[in-house]
Design a protein around this ligand. Structure first.
Ligand code: KIV
Ligand code: NA
Length: 265
């Protein structure tokens, strides 16, 4: 079994092989996602929403991210595991960013970290990379800045914002990022950015021309009730399947059908 490395992702871009990434937050999901052949697993700070029920990604702590990451690491044999630096753990200064990245690597056994932003985090990226820790960038819709933007709508539709994104993405590539997530930007812009970069782009709601794609696993298996944005392809309707199973179980218990003669000692 050959483990996926950051170098392998670069090789995939160079050869035109697409990179498939999904999030995972716990051991069980990490196991099934890894055995399904995923190239990279993201322990996203989306855990704040899908695991903890918060309205945004802001509340999740570094300790909580490390807990999720160490659970995921125990379930993954092949994929590259990337862990989000949570809000507040890296924006202060580059030393704080490095310390947070080191804690994630040491305490969870993860393979890389991810952080949001452009020029304003370039120094932090440089410092983390200099310490030997691979860094994935994240531009476009950056959910940790939701209160600055106010909505989760498509980003960089206007020329000025698109120009800023193009500058930022080059800056973080130069700072040493091994890859970058492009979230919710026009497909044409993502295509242009993907062409202009030497490192692989991983899109979410950013069209088909990125070097790879990422989705929140709970969304793609239909476990996030009522969340059906245009960019999402929902592969299962697990919410209704689990709900039906629970109803059947409740009925079986109440009607004395479960457990039956063979389901006991
Ligand atoms: O936290 C997350 O799930 C992410 C992906 C949507 C890229 O950052
Ligand atoms: Na994230």
């Amino acid at each position: 079994l050959k483990k996926v490395t950051t170098h392998r992702l670069q090789e995939m871009k160079n050869k035109g092989e697409k990179i498939a990434m999904l999030t995972a937050y716990d051991y069980s999901m990490a196991t099934v996602v890894d055995e399904g052949g995923i190239d990279a697993v993201l322990v996203g700070d989306s855990a704040s929403m899908v695991m903890a029920g918060h309205e945004t990604t802001l509340p999740i702590t570094l300790d909580q991210m490390i807990y999720h990451a160490s659970s995921v690491i125990r379930g993954v044999k092949r994929a590259l595991v990337v862990v989000d630096l949570p809000f507040g753990s890296y924006q202060g200064n580059s030393k704080e960013a490095l310390n947070s990245a080191i804690r994630i690597m040491k305490e969870s056994g993860a393979h890389a970290v991810k952080l949001e932003g452009g020029g304003e985090v370039a120094e932090s990226i440089e410092r983390i990379v200099a310490a030997g820790i691979p860094v994935m960038g994240h531009l476009g819709l950056t959910p940790q800045s939701i209160y600055k933007f106010g909505t989760y709508t498509v980003r960089a539709k206007e020329e000025a914002e698109a120009e800023k994104l193009k500058k930022d993405v080059l800056r973080i590539q130069q700072a040493g990022c091994f890859s970058v997530v492009l979230e919710k930007i026009p497909a044409a812009l993502a295509a242009e950015v993907t062409q202009s970069l030497s490192i692989p782009t991983i899109g979410i709601g950013a069209g088909p021309h990125c070097d790879g794609q990422v989705l929140v696993v709970n969304d793609m298996i239909g476990l996030t009730k009522g969340f059906r944005p245009r960019f999402l392809r929902q592969y299962l309707d697990l919410y209704s399947q689990i709900s039906g199973a629970v109803q059947n179980y409740v009925n079986d218990v109440k009607s004395n059908d479960f457990p039956n003669a063979t389901e006991q000692y």
